[in-house]
Design a protein around this ligand. Sequence first.
Ligand SMILES: Nc1ncnc2c1ncn2[C@@H]1O[C@H](COP(=O)(O)OP(=O)(O)OP(=O)(O)O)[C@@H](O)[C@H]1O
Length: 681
Amino acid sequence: MMEYIKKVRACIRWLLEREDINLAEIKRINGQLEATHKQHSEIVADLENNIEETKSVYEELQKQCASLQEALKIVEAEKMDALSSLRDEREARMGVESLRNGLLEDLNRVKLEEKRLTDQIKMLQDTNKRLQEYNTSLQQYNSNLQADATKNAETIAKLQKEKNTMVETMNGLKDHANSVKMQLDIAKSLQNEAAKQKTDLLKEVESLRMELQHVREERDTKSAQVDSLLAEIGTYKEKTGKTAIQLDSAMAKTSALEETCSSQRKMIETLEIKLAAANEKLKRSDMTASETMTEYENMKKMLESALSRLEEAEQTILDGEKLRKKLHNTILELKGNIRVFCRVRPLLPNESGAVSYPKSGENLGRGIELLHNAQGYSFTFDKVFDHSASQEHVFIEISQLVQSALDGYKVCIFAYGQTGSGKTYTMMGNPEFEDQKGMIPRSLEQIFQASQALNSQGWRYKMQASMLEIYNETIRDLLVTNRMAAQDGGPTKYSIKHDANGNTIVSDLTVVDVTTINEVSSLLRRAAQSRSVGRTQMNEESSRSHCVFTLRIFGVNEGTDQQVQGVLNLIDLAGSERLNKSGATGDRLKETLAINKSLSCLSDVIFSIAKKEEHVPFRNSKLTYLLQPCLGGDSKTLMFVNLAPEVSSAAESLCSLRFAARVNSCEIGIPRRQTQTRSSQ
Ligand SMILES: Nc1ncnc2c1ncn2[C@@H]1O[C@H](COP(=O)(O)OP(=O)(O)OP(=O)(O)O)[C@@H](O)[C@H]1O
């Protein structure tokens, strides 16, 4: 309880203390309240002042507001104006925007187009670059091939030389072998003789031996007789004492027998000496025979090795020839264009020339310059032959091309140029004189020689020749014997067709199997006589027709069963002169028109092939339709452009050169070989 009271007292004390504190606090708060009241009244006074001020400001503001509203009205009106003008502007802007959008679309389109074009240009540039690179690589390849070809030609020449020396050595060896053989024959006959002698001697020795034996036996019987006689003598002496006469005779008999014995012994000795000599001789002849035999064997071996080397060399030459052929064809294939050779005929007396040639530089042998109306024109071709070039020289340049007809290519060589420029001279020449023979007889000679040479490699060739001319768009058979031999009595109408293999067939045309060059020569003579020759003012013997010689070549290799089918077309075109220059009238005018038409058809065809046009107008003239397979891209085509060098022909020459230059730039495609195996037929 006490404790409790103590606590209550403490509580009361604490409450009293708290009351004091609270009183002091109330006092403080009252003081604060008073201060706050004071402050409040000050604030109220301030606020009242402020309200007054605000009121005046408000009035001021109301005034301002009224003026602003007025201004606002004005502004609103202005705004309306502005809005309407804004609308107009918007419309205008929309118009402009749609225009802009259109323009943007256009721009985008243009940009896309530009991008496409840039891509295309890039692609073209790339292609161009690639083509250039390809071209460079082709050129490189080409020059490599040419270098290889030259190297091969050198190797072939070297091998040929080696072959020649080997052939010479072989001939020497053969001679040597023959002389050795003769020696051997002599030695053999000597040996035979010696053998015979030996047998004779052996026989003699045998008979001598037998004789000796016989003599010995005789001697032995005689000796036995002597002994028996001596015994008998003894017995006589002893027993009966026969007479001395009997004894003497017996003695004489005995000594005679002894003499015979000694002479026979001598004979035996001489026979033995003879036998030894014969044996010696036999031995010697045996030795000579074996020596000759070894020498013969050595010679035989040498001859065999020389023959096998010769065979190897021949094989290498054949391989080299094959490689050269392949390289040559590859080069021509890579070129892929019509090749053009230009040939200028010599000036006739009293003519002055308008043609010159580069004396040096890269166009040497390929360039030609023509002076016309005081202006110079330069051209370059695959080859240019000046007036001094011989027929042989020109032929060397085309011989590889001719050769490829044997390898199964279609080859077409034609001569183009004005009348009197040397086309016929180039193509046919004068076959009666060796140095004046033209490309046609030379080509045929080469074909026949080469086909014979290829015989050893198993190739068998069959050839068919035909020859026609196209005169005023009409075909004439130049090999037919009776020209008017048609059923109805009129001239034969020839029609041209092409078979599936790309071969041209001219109905009713005479096709002659030829096996020798002489047959072809007589055919050419026959054709030359039939050829239509007209007269113009320019050339007394101007040929007014296109003359087409065709040789079909069928080859089969009996070893490999490979078959080839080549065609060689050699064409002497009619003169290309213009109408005003030829001065032709009447029939001649008709001829000239027909010639010009077919020549222009020829150029149309060549240019259309070069442009890779879908439609090539082959059918526009007989000439182009006839040559379609040979111009259609898979053949090897060469054009001679013949020029007359005189000043008066400069205009015509310029036309011919321009045409030839265009032809030279044409790519007609890659020549293809027509080849198959017999079993694949
Ligand atoms: N390279 C040459 N060397 C020597 N004489 C030539 C040469 N070229 C042509 N001739 C001669 O020029 C003349 C005319 O030549 P050619 O008859 O070959 O001309 P062409 O062009 O065939 O004429 P055409 O169109 O009338 O047939 C001939 O007498 C010929 O012998």
